[in-house]
Write a protein that binds this ligand. Structure first.
Ligand code: ATP
Ligand code: MG
Length: 423
């Protein structure tokens, strides 16, 4: 059963100075206006971006109790609640949709004349703002031009009504603390608050990339950041049984699930990498193991990417973090790729990456101490300045066997569609 929507859970709103509002009172909102910033400036492509955003909004709402209708009118997206709904759950889910810059809870009322509108506006302000000591401005907009009053008249008249009802309030037309929007459409929309959204661009509006997802802190954060730019995410995890356990694999599935909260369903490819690792271990200098291994991961990830319509690869690498991520190492790793490799964390310090991981909820999972294939076959003194020609020469030691092992590894590909919740 849907929990009745209670306004007291609403975030501190951008446009108002006071404490939390409508504490313990009935929620009066039945619509959310979805604001989007970046996608508003995309010219001819705007339509496609809006469509992608509406799809993502609908997807996020499927996770919520209640029935909703998503509409697009005049360059705006509205979410209409058609049944009882859980306010907090709905807002929380909308806050995971990239492309949303703000979520405005709206009162949606019938047009029953100015008298009724005045009463509704007064009631709105009374419920939302416990403390009335703030400055405001009414911003009326007439999308329906046959409304008998002009926008200017509405601003003036409703401002007067509010001042009469709440003498503590003051008008400030330049920098009001609360902007009270009154939009006259088929019905009337009243709102004054904006809950910040995650920003970015709607997933699916910018192609698809293959994320190399390990169980660490970095790659999930990288996936989130790439998805935030509108890129759909497929992921690949290289495991090395029996050296890495099922628990380690499950950890990656859990991380993919957390990413899918923002990025939508993630197709997670799991590749058995053991034989390749053992061969590299046997045939190549141990200080070069990680680099050569990484080059094979990239090669296989690129094959999977191309087979699955991905236009690039994504990793959690950051310059200088470990030996395999010096500029020289990254250059050598990158050399095997023909697709672009997106490294959204490339200039981040570890603390900045941890901040992202904590924000998106992956940190706690990432720090679980399960073994990773890279840590098991790691050398004591890995090269920090690998020379490409030397690495290529040592890779020749693998020739004759490695080609077959790469094909075999790709044949082990197991795809799991990982979703947040049951969707
Ligand atoms: P993470 O990025 O998960 O924190 P890490 O810090 O251990 O991993 P490295 O081991 O240096 O970093 O790996 C660098 C990048 O290579 C990772 O960010 C990830 O994109 C990719 N990678 C490493 N190991 C794996 C693996 N087993 N499966 C898939 N991708 C991997
Ligand atoms: Mg790392």
């Amino acid at each position: 059963m849907a929990v009745p929507c209670l306004g007291w859970q609403l975030e501190k709103a951008v446009h108002w100075p006071g404490e939390w509002f409508t504490r313990g009172r009935e929620c009066m909102f039945n619509v959310f206006l979805i604001k989007y910033a970046e996608i508003g400036v995309k010219g001819k492509n705007k339509y496609l971006f809006e469509e992608a955003l509406a799809v993502q909004v609908k997807y996020a709402l499927k996770r919520c109790e209640g029935t909703f209708k998503v509409t697009r009118t005049d360059g705006r997206i509205y979410v209409h609640a058609l049944s009882e709904f859980d306010y907090e759950e709905t807002v929380d889910n909308l806050k995971t949709v990239f492309g949303i810059s703000g979520i405005c809870p709206v009162i949606y009322a019938e047009d029953e004349g100015f008298e009724k509108l005045s009463r509704t506006v007064v009631e709105y302000v009374d419920k939302v703002y416990e403390d009335k000591h703030f400055t405001f401005k009414v911003h009326a907009r007439r999308a329906r031009k046959n409304y008998p009053m002009s926008s200017m008249e509405l601003n003036r008249e409703l401002g007067g009504v509010l001042l009469a009802a709440f003498p503590e309030m003051k008008v400030d037309v330049h920098q009001p603390e609360a902007m009270l929007h009154v939009e006259i459409r088929e019905k009337i929309y009243i709102y004054s608050m904006e809950i910040p959204g995650p920003g970015g661009m709607p997933v699916g509006s910018n192609g698809k990339a293959m994320l190399l997802l390990s169980g660490g802190i970095d790659s999930p954060a990288a996936g989130y950041m790439i998805a935030k730019r509108g890129v759909k995410i497929d992921a690949v995890y290289f495991h090395a049984p029996p050296y890495t356990s099922d628990r380690a694999k499950q950890k990656v599935v859990d991380l993919a699930k957390q990413i899918s909260r923002y990025a939508g369903p993630v197709y997670l490819h799991v590749i058995n990498f053991t034989e390749i690792q053992l061969l590299i271990y046997e045939k190549c200098p141990h200080e070069e193991l990680t680099i050569i291994m990484r080059r094979y991961m990239m090669r296989i990830a690129e094959r999977l990417a191309k087979e699955n319509g991905c236009l690039g690869l994504a990793t959690g690498e950051s310059i200088g973090q470990v030996a395999s991520q010096t500029v020289q190492s990254l250059a050598v790793t990158n050399e095997v790729c023909t697709l672009p490799v997106f490294r959204p964390l490339v200039g981040f310090d570890k603390m900045e990456i941890v901040d992202v991981a904590e924000k998106i909820g992956t940190y706690e999972t990432s720090i679980l101490p399960y073994e990773d294939c890279c840590t098991i076959f790691v050398a004591k003194h890995p090269v920090t300045k690998p020379n490409l020609n030397v690495i290529k020469r040592h890779e020749q030691n693998l020739e004759g066997k490695i080609e077959g092992l790469v094909e075999q590894a790709i044949a082990t590909d197991q795809v799991e569609i990982v979703r947040w919740g049951n969707l």
